[in-house]
Structure formats: structure tokens, C-alpha cells
Design a protein around this ligand. Sequence first.
Ligand SMILES: [Zn+2]
Length: 437
Amino acid sequence: MKLQPPFVEDRGASWILAEAMPDELSAAHLGRFGGLNQLPPTRVRAALRAALQAAGHDVDALSVMDGLALSSGMSTITYAQANSMMPVLRVSTPSAYARPFGHSEDTHLNRRVGIKVPKEGGFVCLKCIEEDLKRSDLSWFHRVHHLVGVDWCVHHGDPLWEVTDAKPFYSLPHIWMKNGQLRKLDVCSPTLDAAPAFIQRYVEISVAFLGLLKPLFALDVSQAIRNRVSEFFLGRSRRGMQPYLSDHIYDLAPKSWLHAHVPALAQKRKHEYINYIDDQVCSCEPATADAYAMAMAALYPSVDQAFEEVVNQSELGTNSIPPDFSSSRVEFWQGEVWPYYLMHKGDHRAVAKALLLPFSQVTSRLLNAGLPDLTKLQMSSLGATLSTFASGESIDQSCAAHGADEQAFHALLRVACAPLVKAMEHLAKRHEYSGST
Ligand SMILES: [Zn+2]
């Protein structure tokens, strides 16, 4: 059948919009919308616009990411932080003031990077497919499986599989699996747990970058890396005789991993300057997520320390959110604050610190939005009950497990709203992950 432009516009109202699944890769979300409506790849974007227009949205000047966010009932900022790869595609910026990923004033970036993927191909974990199917009767491509150099599922520790088809996102992982169109990756370790410590730190840092809410200030990151390089007696300029940061990484990283992910480094000679890596020390320009992750994994004994010194330094430094961004807009407190709440594990004080706002103002706004201080909740039996409930137990079983009063728990659920339960699930997953590495 030959498809002409009117085909898409005329049928706008009949296209089915697809809501984003948790951690679903934006490019694959778009592909799933296309697959759901049996659209050829060249027609998917136009159909999305037509469907949104038919649903009453003003689609002028919308980026594809804006459209995907609208399809999911999310703000573009929330979507960018939850479903796009922007946080790893733009870890740092030369500007001292950075807006959150997905901000409406960064339309050009939302267009350019919103549905970009850092590495080619579609990657899946067989156990994640199984779990997704069990929970949702559907499988999808996860962002966390599309990080450069991360060859294992960070939840299960198993090697990832790559879709052998050239257009992986126009079908779903379980269908590729059923059709035998998956190829297991060649990996340097059979499981993530058995991988060298450098690789484990690299993976954890890469995943943590994905949780960034806005870019770091490149100058701050370079400064932290330069300080650390000095402690290792590595060279801080191109002309010195000391080994470079790239020499240090070359010694730590498995050669097969380097060959697969950083060929320039795998073939390097001793004391050869590798721009991709060593510019982080000798210049203050932004580097890629994998270059930062390699540097931090090589220079710090633990991920916590690396983040303490590199990321937190930048977040607390000049790269702060301009105060008028967060405090004055109703929409911010009705949804956009959510990633901050999640990142800081429901700790009101930490959220206030990140937003550079008074604690009293933040805590009252969060309570109004139904988001209690989880540092207090977790110490109570209600907090523990909520956590058990979020993991799938019934209300009475959850209450019985922690000796909580059912009436009080019902009252908490009424206030706490659905996002909180999702937050607890998210935190529980994070806890499992950090506990397993
Ligand atoms: Zn998995």
C-alpha cells in the first residue's frame, strides 16, 4: 500500500498513543508507538504529531521528546530525566548555570539529543524481559542497557544480548527473543559481580550519571579530576614526563573491554597522549560520559567518594539552579520536583539543599504535594509497611509484617499518592543494586 501524507494526518485521531514504561529508552518508546500503530518508520514522527493534535495539543514547535512526554502525561523535564539518554549524552556543560534536562528553554537540545542513543543497536537482558512480561504483559528497551561500556544488566548482573536486526526499536524485546534474533555480547567477565573492580566502578558511575537531573559544570569536574591526578603522580600537562591518566586506565582496564569500547586506548603506546581521555586533565572542556566514568573509576577507590568529590562539588558549586526556577512555579511542585525527591531518597533536607531553598519552604511544599519525608517514615513501622506494600504484598499482609495499624496505613496511602509507592519501588531497586555490587 502506498502511503501519502494525508494518510497520517487524516487518521490522527485513530492512532493509539503509547505511555512510556519505566526507564524505557525514548527512541524505543517512539518505535513502540510506531509498531503499535503498524506505521512504517518514516511515518512515525508525523503520526505522533497528528495523534497529539487530534487529542487537542498545540504541536507547533514541539520536539519529538515533547511529544513522547505528552503521550505519557509527563512534563518534558520529567520525561527527559526518566526516559531519555540526555543525562549521559550531556554530563557536563561549559556554562556555570545549567537548566534541568528537558527544560523548555533548551528546545534545540531537546530536539538534538532528546531521543538520541549513545551507542548503536538495541540491547536487552533476558531476565528483565521475563520480569517485564510478568508485570506488564509487555517488554521494552531499558535505558540502563544502552550505556557505553556497560555490557551487563545492572539489575541481574548477566551479559546483555543485542538485537541482530538493523531496526531494533520497531519491535519489542520478547518478540526478538521469540524469533531468535538476539546475539549474546562477548564480555570480559561472565557476570558483573565477577568483573574487575575497575569495571564495576565504571558501571556504577555510568548508571549514576543517568540519574543526573542537570549537567555538571565542566570546570568543577575537571578541577576535581586534576586534583586527584596529582595525588597519583600522573601528568597534568602534555609536555611532562609523568605518565598520563590514559596510561593509568590502560593498566587497570581489561584489554578485551578496551578493544570493544575504546579502541584508541586499546592500541595506545606507553606515554602516548590520548585526547579522548587526557583532555579531561589538560583542558576544561566537557568530556563524554564514558571518558568521565573511566577517569573516576581509575582515580577513586569507591563510587561514593568519586561522587562526593566530583559530582557533589559541581552541584554545590556555581552550577546551581537559579532560585526563581524552582520556587515560583506551581507545575514545579506538582511534578517536576519529583526527580529531585527520588534522587535524594525522599530526604526533605537534601532536596532543599539541592534546590538552594529554605528547608521550611521545601518541606511544606512537598507535604502539600503528598510527598512525606522518607527519612522519618523509614524509621517508623508505617514506612516499612509502605515499602513492603510497594513490593507487591497486600495491605493486610504488609501491615501484619510490620505490626502497623491498618487504618493509619490507609490514611497514609490517601495522602501519599501513587508516585510515592513508585518511589519506594525505585529506591528498593537501587538498594538491591547497590547491595549486589
Ligand atoms: Zn536484567
